[in-house]
Design a protein around this ligand. Structure first.
Ligand code: F2R
Ligand code: MG
Ligand code: MG
Length: 297
């Protein structure tokens, strides 16, 4: 499996998981065979739209520049505000546009900042670019802070970025080793507890899975579900469809699962008809390849 295939798989995985999960967001969880029915063009939401912003900024700056990334988010939001953004980010973007600072603006909205999953859902390009770097955690936390500065929000973004990085680096999945790595990486007890719970959970008992791991809009209630969906699946499509079948924040858990599974299985593991139907798929592919070039230079 080449790095090229893994970068492409990861970025397309975000768009596909997001757009397949989109119409089920907030539902109890559809049967896996129901999920695709009726969707022709796979239209994405804020999850992919913000991932595009992260990609565009990392590429333009050849690495992380918080100010540039924040203004890229603002510009993209103003161009396409209809992507189904969470409640906090549009308020933050208006403050940034008015010149009222860059960091910790979410603390004026939520006590201690936001722990929503909005920074974890967009973090995959950071996991790709820094997959072999000690800087990964710091970069993921900084990229999160633009909109999500709560410790639980930053940790969710860092853990999701690290899961993507591990999936890029391995060629054969050993579930226990993967979980060992994530547990060593996690600093927060909420995430550590959920990672431990995954070792004994039965994938088919969905209500137990969502009770123990969560399936909600908070980072700590969705990043673990995405990791679990990847770890217990047999293929890219099995991972993404299972993630959506858990219900709740389906576009976001789908997007994050798609990122990890795409980074592991590569573009060849993704059903070609999903790639063909994905809105802006060619643009996502081009950015994935440009990110790879930056990573290699
Ligand atoms: N917005 C949505 N879905 C709503 C329906 C969209 C509809 N289908 C449409 O098309 O219009 N989905 C998107 O939002 C989620 C990401 O949200 P984000 O960016 O994290 O937002 P926010 O506002 O920062 O946090 C979300 C909620 O988390 C809770 N929360 C966060 N911090 C908190 C704190 N410190 N204390 C208490 N609660 C906190 C709040 O309930 C926030 O509203 C993704 O699902 C994306 O797809
Ligand atoms: Mg969304
Ligand atoms: Mg969502």
């Amino acid at each position: 499996m080449t790095l090229k295939s893994k970068f492409l798989g990861c970025i397309l995985g975000v768009g596909i998981g997001d757009s397949l999960g989109r119409r089920w967001e907030g539902s109890f969880g559809p049967a896996m065979e129901e999920i695709e029915r009726g969707s022709q063009v796979l239209r994405y939401t804020d999850d992919t739209h913000m991932t595009l912003g992260v990609l565009e900024s990392l590429i333009a700056c050849k690495g992380l520049d918080i100010g540039h990334m924040a203004h890229t988010f603002v510009k993209n939001y103003e161009e396409e505000p209809y992507r189904g953004y969470g409640p906090g980010p549009p308020r933050i973007f208006r403050l940034i546009r008015r010149g009222e600072g860059l960091l910790n603006l979410d603390r004026g909205i939520y006590p201690g900042g936001s722990y929503g999953n909005g920074s974890a859902m967009r973090i995959a390009p950071v996991g790709l670019l820094y997959h072999d770097s000690e800087e990964l955690r710091g970069k993921a936390c900084s990229a999160s802070e633009i909109t999500h500065s709560h410790e639980l929000g930053k940790e969710g973004a860092a853990l999701q970025a690290y899961a993507v990085a591990l999936a890029v680096k391995i060629s054969r999945l050993d579930v226990d080793e993967f979980l060992d790595e994530l547990e060593k990486f996690a600093e927060n007890s909420t995430y550590k507890k959920k990672l431990r719970a995954m070792r004994t959970l039965d994938r088919e008992k969905r209500s137990e899975v969502t009770t123990k791991l969560g399936n909600g809009i908070e980072a700590f209630n969705s990043v673990p579900a995405a990791v679990f969906s990847f770890l217990t699946a047999k293929s890219f499509s099995d991972a993404v469809l299972y993630a959506i079948s858990l219900g709740g924040d389906t576009d976001t858990i789908g997007a994050m699962t798609g990122a990890i599974a795409g980074a592991y299985y590569g573009i060849e593991g993704i059903p070609p008809e999903w790639i063909d139907r994905l809105e802006n798929g060619r643009y996502l592919e081009r950015l994935a390849l440009e990110l790879l070039r930056i990573g290699e230079s």
